[in-house]
Design a protein around this ligand. Structure first.
Ligand SMILES: [Zn+2]
Length: 281
């Protein structure tokens, strides 16, 4: 039974001691993966990791909206100021030449942590939208799908995708999905709006401990469904509280199988097929 964890962060410091052991564990259990990136540095790192494997490990490169602003991060017990990332299409184009790069991501909009006065927030939103648009353009140019992160920004995201589709209609297939809304957080109505715009959605371990998406999972079209862990985050039951890793994507598949009344083998086959189609694996 093959599974594909379509979104994990093996390129984060959480795995600096044992990344290859974690990946081997997954591959041996027939779990392939796509490593998602949050900035140029993690994109390069993801590619370095994937290039060590003949198969089963692929990469998405891109800038997460949360990486665009200057921020303070605690690295090795010390607070370090990290400069806001600037998007340079050419640099990412160079990375995307490597065959292991199968998507642009994770890119998107995140209004969850916006701070400051309204004018400042508006500036940040504007910047996020510009960089998202530029990265979607790059994806179309490279004929790659997009992996989209969205937090508390679904109205703006839908409008932006709608406008983008209008402008790039000749380049986007009417039938083939061209992106995924990762760790889908919205309601049923929202899910169908994304389906109509050519998107799939993916679920994480969140669904093993929250019933918020049960009804959507039961009803949604099977060809729009993907699995992910978002490791090291969102560890599924019964491992909550521990570091997440790709092999645990099985628990996401189990929960979906239970909700849809299908066998886990069937869910594995469907979601693996969907991932292969979307990412041309
Ligand atoms: Zn992620």
């Amino acid at each position: 039974m093959k599974l594909i964890d379509t979104h994990c962060h093996m390129n984060l410091p959480n795995y600096c001691d044992d990344v290859d052991a974690v990946i081997h564990r997954a591959l041996e259990a027939d779990v392939d993966m796509i490593i998602a990136s949050t900035d140029y540095k993690t994109s390069k790192k993801a590619l370095d990791i994937a290039n060590r494997y003949e198969r089963g490990v692929n990469v998405a490169v891109g800038i997460h909206p949360g990486s665009l602003e200057e921020r303070v991060e605690n690295i090795g017990g010390q607070d370090v100021i990290i400069a806001g990332e600037k998007f340079n299409a050419e640099m990412f184009q160079q990375l995307a030449k490597f065959p292991k790069v199968v998507a642009i991501g994770e890119i998107g909009l995140d209004y969850y942590r916006l701070e400051g006065e309204q004018a400042v927030k508006d500036q940040i939103k504007k910047r996020q939208k510009l960089v998202l648009w530029a990265q979607m353009e790059l994806a179309v140019m490279l004929n790659l799908p997009v992996i989209i992160h969205c937090r508390q920004a679904h109205d703006d995201l839908l409008n932006l995708i709608y406008d983008f589709r209008k402008e790039f209609r000749p380049f986007l297939s009417e039938t083939k999905p061209w992106g995924v809304i990762h760790c889908f957080s919205g309601d049923e109505n929202l899910a169908w709006r994304y389906f109509n715009l050519g998107f799939t959605i993916s679920f994480t371990g969140l669904i093993t401990f929250s019933g918020q998406w049960d009804s959507l999972i039961r009803k949604m079209p099977s060809d729009r469904l993907l699995l992910e862990t978002d490791a090291p985050f969102l560890t599924p039951e019964p491992y909550r509280g521990k570091r997440n890793e790709p092999i645990l994507v099985k628990h996401v598949a189990d929960r979906i199988a239970e909700l849809r009344g299908q066998s886990v083998e069937r869910i594995a086959a469907i979601t693996t097929e969907n991932a292969k189609r979307l990412f041309s694996l």
